[in-house]
Every structure is written in C-alpha cells, then in structure tokens.
Design a protein around this ligand. Structure first.
Ligand SMILES: Cc1cc2nc3c(=O)[nH]c(=O)nc-3n(C[C@H](O)[C@H](O)[C@H](O)COP(=O)(O)OP(=O)(O)OC[C@H]3O[C@@H](n4cnc5c(N)ncnc54)[C@H](O)[C@@H]3O)c2cc1C
Length: 351
C-alpha cells in the first residue's frame, strides 16, 4: 500500500515477475491523484531544486523542465508510469489498520473495505506524519506556526519576521526562498549544520545508507538518509552563507508570545521578535495502521532485515529508513518482491 516511488517500484516488480493486478495484488493509495507525496510539495520547489530524483524502474523520466514545480513533473510522470505498466492503483483508499486474520493471512482494513492477504508491502512514506518538536511556551506564541508540510511558498510571508527551525534541506530551501520577501529571517538548528563539499559519490552514499540501516537493524526509529549525508554546498547555499541568510543560531530555549528566547546570550541576542515560526523539522514514518501487529521494538522502531520485518516475514517496509530516498525506494521495491516470491513459494526467506 502506498503509490509513491517505493510502492510503484514494488508494483512494477510484482508485475514484471508475473503477478497480475487485481488478481494477485492490489495497490491502495489514499492520495487523490498519482504522484505520492510529491503532489503535495510547494510550487516553488521546482524540479531543478530537488536533489536528484531517480526514475522509477523500467521507464526514464527525461526532458523535464527544471523550472516546473516538481509536484507537476513527478505527478505527470507517475501517472504515465501507472498507465504504461497497467498498475491499476486504487485511490483514494485509506488503509486504517492491518490485523492478523485467519489461516496465516493479514486483514487490511480500509475506507474501501477489507482485503485479506498473504503478504503486505508497506510503502506509506512519511509525508502524513510531520514531526513537530515541543518547546516551552509554544502554546503562548501569538504569531503563526506551521510545518514544512503546510508551506506553500514565500509570498505569504512578505514583510513578516520568520524563524525557521531545522537543519535539513527543507530548512535551508525555505530560508533562501523567504529571505527576499520576509522582513527578517532567523535560522535555528539543534546541531551545527554540516555542509558537504564536492559531489556525493556512490561510496559516500552507501556509507550514509549503512548508518541508517544499522539503526533499523537494531529496532531503533530510523533517521533520515539526508540527516547523515549533510547538506550539499551548491551555489544557492554558498550565496546564503556569504550574505548571512544561512547564519545559524543554536536552538532557542523557549517561545514567548512575541518571539523566541535564549537563556545564554553568548551566541547573539537573547530575544528575537517573530511573527512566524516555520518548523522544518522533518517527518516520521506513517505506520500507525500497523500498530495492531505490534511490530515495534522497545527502541521504538521496527526491526528489519533488508526490507522484511524481523517479527513477521509477511510484512515488508519499503521507503522506510535506509530506503527513504528515490534510489533506495527503487531498490527496496525489488528486494521486497524477491523476498515475497520466496515466501509464497514456501522457500526460506532468509536465504
Ligand atoms: C521536501 C522533500 C524533498 C525531497 N527531495 C528528494 C530528492 O530530491 N531526492 C530523493 O531521492 N528524495 C527526496 N525526498 C525524499 C523522497 O521524497 C522519498 O524518499 C521518496 O520519494 C518517498 O517515496 P515513498 O514511496 O516512500 O513515499 P511517498 O511519496 O510519501 O508515498 C507514500 C504514499 O502512500 C500513501 N499513504 C500513506 N499512508 C497511507 C495509508 N494509511 N493508506 C493508503 N495510502 C497511504 C500516500 O498518500 C502516498 O501516496 C524528499 C522528501 C521531502 C519531504
């Protein structure tokens, strides 16, 4: 379930290896249209600004105009992909819970009825679970607070003083976009941001993914792959560092009605006035519907071996943890299908 990059990759590999849609598998997706979470991304996130979107398996995305919103480019491409491979995604279908059924089957309860299945590929991404940290005084703030998931572009912040929280790619992109519109911007992050010089080669990519993979193997909640790769030093970031837009301050200690405050004034002013706090603080895996299966470990994550849940070999998580990137999602879809074919054929899945 889920028809983003990870779910479509899995559906493609099911189809390619002889599974028929509607007869042998269904893809359920609760978004209104093709595109996965990309369809909800802000219009100023043009295709030229995304970090490297890998094509889905078997059909390249070529010739996309870098000035077009990535939401349009990717939604159009996913729609064409679903048609080309006849994946018959059912939408909008909201999966509400997955439970143990009878005879070793799982019951998938949704807004469009209940399916009974021998295996499940969970590809529900993170967009539906924006993460908002809590800080003292947050409820007293008189201005507006919003999360990246609600950001629609810089124009609505014209003339306002904005505090952007978060050291990831979204935070820096928000700041660079907002700076020409806002009356003032302030950037705060929990950790010192790490900027990465030079191209991100395959070896560095593998090392970053391995770090996230290790957490998932231990049953800890995954961190985003981006959090371990660092921020690429592109021209826009260089300009932002040079002109002060990306002058980072440590995390504030509390929120007050008219701004944010630091107890220790050594890193600059103790108080910054703010009309808006924009939380670019990331997302968590949208997997609440799996709760009845009790897959979570004491550490808070679901322990995986590859894409397979260690506690239940019928369940695969793709686009989760180490596979939460477009390239990772592609590979995970293929790996999950390979493993499920073994399971259904009665062969050992651990091989
Ligand atoms: C702002 C932003 C920019 C990014 N840029 C890049 C980039 O440049 N390059 C890159 O590699 N990665 C990027 N990423 C990460 C990237 O988006 C993902 O790794 C990948 O596209 C996610 O694919 P997915 O299939 O796992 O999830 P999604 O695209 O989120 O798809 C999940 C689908 O599951 C559906 N769903 C969720 N819950 C349910 C439910 N209960 N029932 C039914 N359906 C459900 C959703 O509606 C959605 O359609 C970015 C992420 C963000 C937030």
């Amino acid at each position: 379930m889920g028809a983003g990059q990870a779910g479509l990759s899995a559906a493609h590999h099911l189809r390619r290896t002889g599974f028929e849609p509607d007869r042998d598998f269904v893809v359920l997706d609760h978004s209104p249209a093709p595109g996965g979470a990309w369809q909800f991304r802000w219009p100023s996130l043009t295709y030229g600004k995304v970090h490297g979107m890998h094509s889905l398996p078997g059909m390249e995305l070529t010739g996309a105009d870098p000035a077009r919103p990535s939401a349009e480019v990717v939604s159009g491409y996913f729609a064409a992909y679903e048609r080309a491979f006849d994946l018959r995604v059912r939408r909008p279908v909201d999966v509400r819970a997955v439970r143990e059924g009878s005879g070793g089957r799982l019951l998938v309860e949704s807004s469009a009825g209940t399916w009974s299945t021998r295996a499940l590929i969970n590809a529900t991404g993170t967009w539906d679970r924006p993460f908002w940290p809590r800080y003292p005084g947050q409820e007293t703030f008189r201005g507006r607070q919003l999360h990246t998931a609600q950001y629609t572009g810089p124009a609505e912040f014209a003339g306002l003083r904005v505090v952007v929280v978060g050291g990831g790619a979204s935070g820096t992109q928000h700041l660079l976009e907002l700076a020409p519109y806002a009356a003032a911007t302030t950037w705060v992050t929990r950790r010192e941001p790490v900027f990465r010089e030079g191209p991100f080669d395959e070896e560095a990519g593998r090392a970053a993914v391995a770090l996230v993979e290790e957490r998932v193997r231990q049953g800890l909640p995954p961190r985003s792959v981006v959090s371990v790769t660092g921020l690429p030093l592109n021209d826009a970031i260089r300009r932002g560092l040079a002109d002060g837009t990306l002058d980072r301050r440590p995390m504030f200690d509390r929120i007050v009605p008219d701004g944010v405050e630091w107890t220790d004034g050594t890193a600059g002013a103790r108080h910054v006035d703010a009309d808006v706090i924009l939380w670019a603080t990331g997302f968590r895996a949208a997997i609440d519907h799996l709760a009845p299966l009790r897959l979570r470990e004491a550490g808070g994550g679901i322990r995986l071996e590859g894409t397979r849940a260690v506690a239940d070999p019928r369940i695969h998580l793709v686009g989760y943890g180490p596979s939460a990137s477009t390239v990772g999602a592609n590979r995970a879809g293929r790996a999950a299908v390979r493993d499920i074919r073994r399971l259904l054929a009665g062969r050992p899945v651990a091989a």
